[in-house]
Design a protein around this ligand. Structure first.
Ligand SMILES: [Zn+2]
Length: 79
């Protein structure tokens, strides 16, 4: 069994999400458990609840956890 990784957002990551900070766009993605969507930190969509957020560093990793790329910020188009 895989180790249960702690994917909770750090304070820095959470702040970047809230402020839609584009400078974090290449460093991580956030996924929302309730919508099964993952986004770039700069996504203009409404902020989720912090406890529903999971942090991923790779698109493939988020997809493996059954998250879909957000149609608004299109994280898949970012390299
Ligand atoms: Zn998005």
């Amino acid at each position: 069994m895989p180790v249960d990784v702690n994917r909770a957002a750090t304070d820095v990551q959470w702040k970047a999400i809230q402020e839609n900070d584009t400078s974090f766009d290449t460093t991580f993605f956030y996924a929302v458990k309730t919508t099964k969507i993952f986004c770039k930190p700069s996504c203009p969509s409404r902020d989720p609840k912090r406890e529903n957020v999971e942090i991923f560093f790779y698109i493939e990793d988020a997809q493996r956890h059954n998250y879909r790329a957000c149609k608004r910020c299109k994280p898949k188009e970012e390299k």
